[in-house]
Design a protein around this ligand. Sequence first.
Ligand code: AMP
Length: 408
Amino acid sequence: MKVLVLNSGSSSVKFQFYDTSLEAIKGGSEKQLAKGIVEKIGEKTSIRKIECNGKPPYKKEDPIADHTQAIRTIIDMLSDSEYGIIKDKTEIDAVGHRVVHGGETFTHSCLIDEKVYDKIKECIPLAPLHNPHNIKGYEISRDLLGKTPHVAVFDTAFHQTMAPSAFIYALPYDYYEKKRIRRYGFHGTSHRFVARRVGRLFNLAKDAFNVITAHLGNGASIAAVAKGKVVDTSMGFTPLEGLVMGTRCGDIDPAILMYLQENDGVNVAGLNKVLNKQSGLIGISGISNDMRELEKAAAENNARAKLAIDIFCYRIRKYIGAYAVAMGGVDFIVFTAGIGENSHIIRGEASKGLEAIGAKVDEAKNKSLNGKEGVFSTEDSKVKLCVIPTNEEILIAHDTVEAVSGLL
Ligand code: AMP
């Protein structure tokens, strides 16, 4: 079955195209046929890129007015006789859509029908910056592809197993019941992918181990997954809570917001900008939100770059300790995403002190693992420290095949 995976954002649509089936999923033999992006949609020079299996990559810069034209462009690129991979759009058997917010309604991925479509729309107020673009991606591809089935895969769904003690904030209870304010958690597809991969790598049933998954990219979150179910996760009502991120602050005392409003006259838009865009690594360092640049500056003894790295890693360690206890013990700690997969420096720093919970780093193994899957704890470490490259798109393709086959 050929599955198109679409990640439709505000100014870009990313895509991957897979040849997969239920048997291929079991055996891990699915094939990525193509990947690409249409970005800077609506700007003077938009960019379209595609790379198909065995063909030279293609890139063009010209205006692409809107998402409709962007998705049409993706289908045209996939069908191009020179650099494409299919004859025409009838070869697309199903489409999997990344949808950021599924609220409390969606605990699993599901086929999109009229009812599901309406329920996804009801989640717009919870993710006003993301869900409308995800929905747009669905509407346009549905109109372009006729009877092809579509599946929604939610960033929040994996976290829906949390208990009320983990997801309810200590606010008036009405805020949860009437305003839907609670911890939802995000990056769920990535946490699910790496947790599942641990089971496959170590030949364990998913209910046979506890794992802490640290998704450390420009956005960062951490999850405690006990016996296949999320017990807690660091992102909350929005992706702002939890770990220090590239430009987001993560956990802070909420009274700081009142203080800034009262004393500095900062309004809601201003607070939003500070907390989401000007904080985190860039805010502390004043240099960059890019960890590579901070590591370079720290190596040159830049004090604020060092501080940003220290705070970033300290917060991760603190969460790992808390989650190990929340789960009553941990067997694996996994690092993933841009920083987690590629930076032995951050993995090493974030793992300092974890001997207290039985995790011992083998520094040589840690250094050898950048960009690669593997274990970097010592032979006698009770808890295994791992690097597992994430692959949210392949999980979206898997869910799509399973949903289309009537299995979900
Ligand atoms: P992501 O959001 O998953 O694409 O991750 C982006 C983050 O990964 C950025 O902060 C990058 O600086 C960081 N990153 C990528 N490669 C490396 C590397 N080799 N060393 C340190 N950080 C890296």
